[in-house]
Ligand binder design. Structure first.
Ligand SMILES: Cc1ncc(COP(=O)(O)O)c(C=O)c1O
Length: 353
């Protein structure tokens, strides 16, 4: 990409109050050698050892060191959040001026973009995905104005499951004058490549990932943001000082050290996804199974509301996505364990049209 002068200077996207403000400086930030044997009387902690009586590292350096090696990025190109939902909220608050800026989303997509926009008093411009759930690139680029601050691309997309075409993402990253956020919560299940390796190429690119899906750690709440060190510095400026608790930092570190379990789980989920597709394809009640690069299937049923209730009566909870744009009569079914999937297939086989 030819970087224009205006695109290379990221401060033009940052809210003026964020540019001006002084960040909070925590005790653990001012005195960084907290792993050494000092007498710590600087943070009003309880001195008696409970294993968690001390504040955690505000910059999660041990964890970031490991992630930076595994993802081949610099430590200062990583920000960690209390789930990727916190990361997304920080992005809104750094870049979007309430009651002035707007964001662009591509529905049907992950519902939190809109919720966070409304929380932050930011208008949402929706440019629907096409019938095959790909972005309408020319409509998106034509609709942008100088107040179009963020464009959210979810790939693979929730709830449709498909990955967004790489060439179209490139056109959007290169043609959009604001910041493009690629939400890669489901990337580990996808045959497409992550955009993390390209954050050095595009200074208007933010990629978010999470430990909640393939990594099997939804309960510890750890979301990851990859972007240029300039963008990460602004997000760090406003994040709550100790947003990643000590237990999460330690547990994530221990789990991430050995990635083989994740690869095994992903392989199993992907092959179970194929088994589900093959098993459900011919059913009378199933009209269409949308292609998936994620750990779930979006399925158009004959009557999604009725099938949802019937599954529930058999103890199986799925998500009825029928109210979303272009998702009439659909259920979103997460791929479970082989036993859970077999049970779901068996129940669906018993349903009469
Ligand atoms: C596309 C997408 N992004 C982000 C999230 C939130 O992830 P986290 O658990 O890291 O907050 C989800 C959760 O379902 C999701 O589907």
């Amino acid at each position: 990409m030819e970087k224009t002068e205006s695109k290379t200077n990221i401060t033009r996207w940052v809210r003026p109050n964020i540019l001006r403000m002084q960040p909070y400086s925590s005790a653990r930030e001012e005195f960084k050698e907290f792993e050494k044997d000092y007498t710590f009387l600087d943070a009003n902690e309880n001195p008696f050892n409970t294993k968690v009586n001390r504040y955690p590292d505000p910059f999660q350096r041990k964890l970031k060191r490991l992630l930076s090696q595994q993802k081949d990025v610099q430590e200062d190109e990583i920000l960690l959040g209390n789930g990727s939902d916190e990361v997304l909220d920080l992005i809104f608050r750094v870049f979007c001026e309430p009651a002035q800026d707007h964001i662009i989303t591509l529905p049907p997509t992950y519902g939190m973009y809109k919720v966070l926009a409304e929380t932050n008093n930011i208008v949402v411009r929706e440019i629907p995905l096409t019938k095959d759930f790909q972005p309408n690139v020319s409509a998106i680029l034509q609709s942008q104005t100088q107040n179009s601050k963020l464009l959210f691309i979810c790939s693979p997309n929730n709830p449709t499951g498909n990955a967004i075409d790489e060439r179209q993402i490139r056109e959007l990253v290169e043609g959009f004058q604001g910041i493009v956020v690629i939400d890669e919560a489901y990337i580990d299940f996808s045959t497409t490549n992550s955009w993390v390796s390209r954050i050095g190429e595009y200074n208007n690119l933010i990629v978010t990932q999470t430990l909640s899906k393939a990594y099997g750690m939804a309960g510890i709440r750890l979301g990851i943001c990859y972007a240029s060190s300039e963008i990460i510095a602004f997000l760090n400026k406003i994040k709550p000082p100790y947003n990643i608790n000590a237990l999460t930092q330690e547990y994530a570190y221990e789990q991430l050290k050995d990635n083989s379990k994740v690869a095994n789980a992903v392989d199993c989920i992907v092959s179970e996804r194929d088994r589900m597709i093959a098993a459900l394809q011919g059913l009378d009640t199933v009209e269409k199974i949308f292609p998936s690069n994620a750990n779930f299937l979006l399925i158009r049923m004959d009557d999604a509301f009725r099938r949802y209730t019937e599954l529930l009566e058999c103890g199986i909870v799925v998500r009825n996505r029928s109210k979303l744009l272009n998702c009439e009569n659909t259920l979103r079914i997460t791929i479970g364990t082989p036993e859970e999937n077999t049970k779901t297939i068996q129940v669906l086989y018993t349903l009469k049209r």
